[in-house]
Design a protein around this ligand. Structure first.
Ligand code: ADP
Ligand code: MG
Length: 894
C-alpha cells in the first residue's frame, strides 16, 4: 500500500512534458485578447516595463501586506548602481479578525502603520520637508491592473475576505486612507504583486533578473514578456512583466489525472473546492494537509500506526509545513520524525517513522518538481518568443518552500533543465523578500515618468496634430494655385511645371521605343516594346563618373550618346530610328513635349553650361557632334510622369504620379483652363509639381523643428527642398541621428555617452528605420544596429530608438498625405464631383520597403480627403516604361 501511495505521488517524465505543454498553451490563452477571459492562467499585465538601471535615487516608502502582518519599509537609494540601499523597516501585526472584516478598516489600519512608522523613523527635518514621498504597495492578491497605480482587486485569497474591496481600485483605497492620516506628501505610485517585488529585488547589483518564482503558502511566478504579446495591455514596444497567476493552472481539469485521492480530499476540505488546483499541489498551505490525508488513508488501510490512536490527525491543519520540513530535512535517521510525531500526540513505531518520512518526501518532492514544470514552461516560452536558440536567464526565487526545503533548488534546477534543455536558468535567492524590490519598482516608475516627460518634450515638435496637417494641406493648395497662375508662378515654392503630356495611356499604344533614364540612382538606356500583349524591355546600366557629372555639359551629353551607341550596338538596333523618350528627373521649365529648359541641377550634378538650356537640344547637339543621325527625341519627361504613365497603362484611373525615394515629388492631371502658364483651355495636362520645394518661401517654417534646421544646414542646398527634407529617404536617417544626439545630450539615451561614430553625417541610414520599425522585430536586432554604430544600447534605449524612428517616419508619411490630399481635393473640385475615384502610381524605395510608410500615408489621406477614394499602385520601372508610353501617347495624340 505504501508503495502504491508513493507511486501515485510520483509523476513520470513524459507526463511532466505534457504538463509543460499545457502550461505553455494556457499562458498563450491568458495573453491573447480573444481567450483571456476564459483563461485559467490569467497572465495579468503589471505595467512594469523596465528593470532598474542603477541611477535610481531618493527615499521610497514600501507597504507590504503579508499573511498576518504589515511590513513598512523606508528605502534610500543613492544612484550608485543600487549596491547599498539603506533600509529601515518595522513590522506590524494585523489585529485579529481584520482580514475578514470591513475593507475600509484594513486600509485605515495600514495607513495608521505608515503614519506611526514615519513618526518614529524619520528625523524632524526630513519629516517636515515638502519633498514628496513615493510609496510602493506590495499587494499579493489577484488584481486586474490597468496602470502601475491602478489595480482592481479580482478576488481575495490566503484567508483574506474583507468586504467592500473586490472590484475596487486598491491603490485609490490606500491613498484615501493615507490622506485621512494627513500624510499629504505620501503618493502611492505603484502597486505590485509580491512575485514582481521579488523579481525586482533580485534584479539589483547589475544582473537583470527576468523571472521570479515564489514558492510559499501560495505559488506564483512572473516574468518579462515581449510587450506586443501581452494583448490585454496597450503597450506594444519593449517588454512587460506579466504576473502569471499560475496557481489556477488545472482549474479546467488538465491536472485531474495526477490528483491523488489525498489531493482530492484537501481540495474538498478547502474553502474554494475546484479552484487553484495547481496551487493545492504545490503551496505550503496545503502540503501538510496532503500528508495528513495520506496518513489517514494509509492508517485506514492498516499500513500505518496499527493499533494506535490517530484521532489527532482528524483535525484540519494540525500537520503544518513546518512539521513536514522537520521530518524530511534530516537526511539520516528518524529521530526527528519520531519527535515530531510524538509532539503531535501520535505513537509511531520505527517502521511508521520511516514510512511517514517517505510520504512527506514524496509530497514535497512533487511540489518542487511541479514548480520546475511551471518554470520550464516559462523558460521555453521566453526562448521561443525572443526567437533565440538558447536562453540564458536569471531567476529570482523566494518563499517558504525554497528557504525551508534543502533539495528544492536542486530539483527546480535539474527538472527544468531536463524539460527545457535549450534554456540555462541561474537561480538567485531573494535577500529580503519583496520590499526592496517594491522600492525599486517605485523608483523606476518615477525615473521613467521623468524620462517620459523629457522624451515627449524632445519628440513633441515632430508630432503633428490633425489641425497641423489640415494647415499643411491648405498651404499646399494655396501654393499649387500660385504655381499655376501666370503672374504668381515666379514666386510660388511649388513650381507646378507643365509637362505637355496631355493624355494618359489607353492601352492601345504600340511600337518599339528607346528610353533614357537620368536622375535616379542609375543612368540607364532601354529599349521598350509595347505590343497588344503587353510591354517588354531590355536595359543596360551605365556609370556616370563624378568627373563627368561635375564637368562640362558637352562632356556629359557626349558621354550619354556614347552609352546610347553602345547599347544600340549590343541590341542590334543601329540600323533603326526609334522614337526616344527621355526621363530626366531634374526640375525643368518645359516649353513643349520635346523642349525643356533646365532650371537647376540637383542630386549631385553640376555639369556646366546646362542650366537655362534646352536639354533635348543639348542631347541633339551631342548626337550631331558624334555623328549619330538615327536619333529621334520625341519627349522629355520627369520620373513622376513616367511613374504615372506606366501605372496608367494598366489602370485608366491612374492620373497621379508619386515618388518617395531619395527625394519626393508628385504630378497629376490638371485642367488646361487652370494652367495659366500655357496657352489653351481645352483638355488636361500633366503638371510636375516639384513639391519637394514646398516651403522654400517660408510657409512651412512653423512645422520645422530644431532637427530639421540642423539637417537642412548641413546639406549642399540649404534653404532649398524643405518639404522633401522632411519626407524622403535622403534625410530621414539624418533627422533620426540628430534626435539621438540631442537625446544623448539630455541623458535620455546611451547613458549620456554618444559614440564618435554617431557624430558622423549620414551614418544612420534610412533603411535602418525600416528594420527598426518592423513589427515584432526582436529587440536584440535593434541592439545589433546600435552596436554597429558603436553604441552600447540598453534594452530601454532600443525601445526609445524605435519610438524616435516611428515619430520621424510617421510625420513623413503624414506630410506626404497632406500634400496628396490637396492634390486629390483639387482634382475633385476641378471636375465638379461629390466623390472622386482616382489612382496613384508610386515609385521609390522608401515607399516600397518601409513597413509602415504606405499604410500611414493612406490612412492619413483617407482622413484628410474623405470624399476621395484613392488607390495606390506600385510602379514597375516607371522611368523606362513611362518614357516609352509618353512617346507612344504623343504619336497617338498627334
Ligand atoms: P531614387 O529615388 O534615387 O530613384 P530609390 O527610389 O531607390 O532611388 O530610393 C533610394 C533611397 O531609398 C535611398 O536614398 C535610401 O535613403 C532609401 N532606402 C533604401 N533602402 C531603404 C529601405 N530598406 N527602407 C527605406 N528606405 C530605403
Ligand atoms: Mg527613382
Amino acid at each position: 500500500q505504501i508503495q502504491r501511495a508513493l507511486r501515485s505521488l510520483c509523476i513520470p517524465l513524459e507526463r511532466l512534458h505534457i504538463m509543460k505543454g499545457h502550461m505553455m498553451q494556457d499562458m498563450c490563452k491568458g495573453l491573447s485578447r480573444q481567450t483571456h477571459a476564459q483563461a485559467k492562467v490569467r497572465m495579468l499585465p503589471t505595467y512594469i516595463c523596465s528593470t532598474p538601471n542603477g541611477t535610481e535615487k531618493g527615499n521610497f516608502l514600501v507597504v507590504e501586506l503579508c499573511q498576518s502582518q504589515v511590513r513598512i519599509l523606508l528605502v534610500t537609494l543613492y544612484g550608485d548602481g543600487n549596491m547599498s540601499p539603506q533600509i529601515v523597516y518595522k513590522i506590524f501585526d494585523l489585529p485579529d479578525g481584520i482580514t475578514q472584516g470591513e475593507g475600509q478598516a484594513l486600509f485605515d489600519f495600514i495607513a495608521q502603520c505608515v503614519s506611526q512608522f514615519l513618526a518614529e523613523t524619520t528625523s524632524p527635518d526630513t519629516s517636515s520637508s515638502e519633498e514628496r514621498l513615493p510609496l510602493g504597495f506590495v499587494f499579493p492578491f489577484t488584481c486586474k491592473q490597468t496602470q502601475l497605480d491602478k489595480a482592481e482587486l479580482l478576488s481575495w485569497s490566503k484567508g483574506f475576505s474583507c468586504s467592500g474591496v473586490v472590484g475596487k481600485d486598491v491603490v485609490q483605497m490606500l491613498q484615501s486612507a493615507i490622506n485621512k492620516q494627513e500624510l499629504s506628501r505620501v503618493d502611492v505610485v505603484a502597486l505590485m504583486n509580491d512575485t514582481v517585488g521579488t523579481l525586482m529585488t533580485c534584479s539589483m547589483e547589475g544582473r537583470p533578473c527576468e523571472i521570479a518564482v515564489v514558492a510559499d503558502k501560495g505559488s506564483n511566478c512572473c516574468f518579462m514578456a515581449e510587450a506586443y504579446l501581452v494583448e490585454t495591455a496597450e503597450e506594444t514596444s519593449g517588454r512587460m512583466c506579466v504576473n502569471t497567476e499560475w496557481g489556477c493552472f488545472g482549474d479546467d481539469g488538465t491536472l485531474n489525472d495526477i490528483f491523488t485521492p489525498y489531493d482530492e480530499s484537501v481540495d474538498e476540505d478547502s474553502y474554494n473546492p475546484g479552484e487553484k488546483r495547481f496551487e493545492k499541489l504545490v503551496g505550503t498551505l496545503y502540503l501538510g494537509e496532503i500528508v495528513r490525508h495520506a496518513l489517514i488513508a494509509l492508517t485506514a488501510e492498516k499500513a500505518l500506526f496499527t493499533g494506535t490512536d490517530i484521532a489527532v490527525l482528524k483535525e484540519k491543519g494540525v500537520f503544518t509545513i513546518q512539521h513536514v520540513l522537520d521530518i524530511i530535512n534530516n537526511e539520516d535517521g528518524t529521530t526527528d520524525v519520531k519527535r515530531v510525531l510524538e509532539v503531535l500526540g501520535l505513537q509511531p513505531s520505527e517502521r511508521d517513522c520511516g514510512r511517514v518520512q517517505q510520504i512527506c518526501r514524496a509530497v514535497v518532492g512533487r511540489a518542487a518538481t511541479l514548480h520546475a514544470v511551471g518554470l520550464a514552461a516559462i523558460l521555453s516560452y521566453m526562448c521561443q518568443t525572443r526567437d533565440l536558440e538558447t536562453l540564458m536567464v536569471n531567476v529570482g526565487v523566494d518563499g517558504e518552500l525554497y528557504t525551508g526545503y534543502s533539495r528544492f533548488e536542486e530539483i527546480l534546477q535539474s527538472v527544468s533543465r531536463l524539460l527545457s534543455p535549450e534554456c540555462m536558468a541561474t537561480l538567485l535567492p531573494s535577500k529580503d523578500g519583496s520590499g526592496r524590490g517594491a522600492a525599486m519598482v517605485t523608483a523606476v516608475a518615477l525615473r521613467l515618468a521623468a524620462q517620459r516627460r523629457a522624451v515627449n518634450e524632445v519628440l513633441g515638435p515632430l508630432r503633428l496634430t490633425r489641425a497641423d496637417l489640415e494647415k499643411v494641406q491648405a498651404l499646399m493648395r494655396q501654393e499649387m494655385e500660385r504655381g499655376l497662375g501666370k503672374h504668381t508662378n515666379a514666386t510660388a515654392s511649388v513650381r507646378m511645371l507643365p509637362t505637355f503630356v496631355t493624355h494618359t495611356p489607353d492601352g492601345t499604344e504600340q511600337g518599339d521605343f528607346l528610353a533614357l533614364d537620368l536622375g535616379g540612382t542609375n543612368f540607364r538606356v532601354l529599349v521598350v516594346r509595347v505590343t497588344k500583349e503587353g510591354i517588354s524591355m531590355a536595359s543596360e546600366i551605365y556609370v556616370i563618373p563624378v568627373a563627368i557629372m561635375q564637368g562640362t555639359g558637352e562632356r556629359l551629353f557626349d558621354h550619354i550618346i556614347d552609352c546610347i551607341v553602345d547599347f544600340q550596338t549590343k541590341q542590334n538596333l543601329m540600323t533603326q530610328t526609334l522614337p526616344l523618350g527621355f526621363t530626366f528627373s531634374f526640375p525643368c521649365q518645359q516649353v513643349g513635349l520635346d523642349k525643356a529648359l533646365l532650371l537647376t541641377w540637383t542630386k549631385g550634378f553640376t555639369a556646366s553650361g546646362c542650366v537655362g538650356q534646352d536639354v533635348v537640344q543639348l542631347l541633339r547637339d551631342a548626337a550631331q557632334r558624334k555623328q549619330h543621325s538615327g536619333l529621334q527625341v520625341v519627349a522629355l519627361l520627369n520620373d513622376t510622369v513616367g511613374t504615372m504613365m506606366s501605372c496608367g497603362y494598366d489602370d485608366p484611373k491612374c492620373e497621379i504620379g508619386l515618388i518617395v525615394g531619395t527625394g519626393t515629388n508628385a504630378c497629376y492631371m490638371e485642367e488646361m483652363r487652370n494652367v495659366g502658364t500655357v496657352e489653351g483651355d481645352e483638355g488636361r495636362m500633366c503638371i510636375n509639381m516639384e513639391w519637394g520645394a514646398f516651403g522654400d518661401n517660408g510657409c512651412l517654417d512653423h512645422i520645422f523643428t530644431h532637427f530639421d534646421r540642423v539637417v537642412d544646414e548641413s546639406t549642399i542646398n540649404p534653404g532649398k527642398q524643405r518639404f522633401e527634407k522632411l519626407i524622403s529617404g535622403m534625410y530621414l536617417g539624418e533627422i533620426v541621428r540628430q534626435i539621438l544626439l540631442v537625446m544623448t545630450e539630455k541623458q535620455l539615451m546611451f547613458q549620456g555617452r554618444p559614440s564618435p561614430k554617431l557624430q558622423t553625417r549620414n551614418i544612420f541610414q534610412t533603411k535602418f528605420l525600416s528594420t527598426i520599425e518592423l513589427n515584432g522585430l526582436a529587440l536584440r536586432q535593434i541592439r545589433a544596429i546600435l552596436h554597429e554604430l558603436e553604441l552600447d544600447a540598453s534594452f530601454e534605449d532600443s525601445v526609445l530608438l524605435r519610438e524616435v524612428c516611428q515619430a520621424v517616419s510617421l510625420r513623413a508619411a503624414q506630410l506626404c498625405a497632406a500634400g496628396l490630399a490637396a492634390v486629390v481635393e483639387k482634382m475633385r473640385e476641378n471636375r465638379g464631383l461629390d466623390r472622386l475615384s482616382v489612382s496613384v502610381g508610386v515609385d521609390g524605395t522608401l515607399y516600397k520597403l518601409h513597413p509602415c510608410f504606405s499604410q500611414n500615408l493612406q490612412k492619413t489621406l483617407k482622413d484628410l480627403a474623405p470624399n476621395c477614394d484613392v488607390s495606390f499602385h506600385l510602379s514597375e520601372d516607371g522611368s523606362g516604361k513611362g518614357a516609352a508610353l509618353v512617346a507612344a501617347v504623343a504619336s497617338r495624340a498627334a
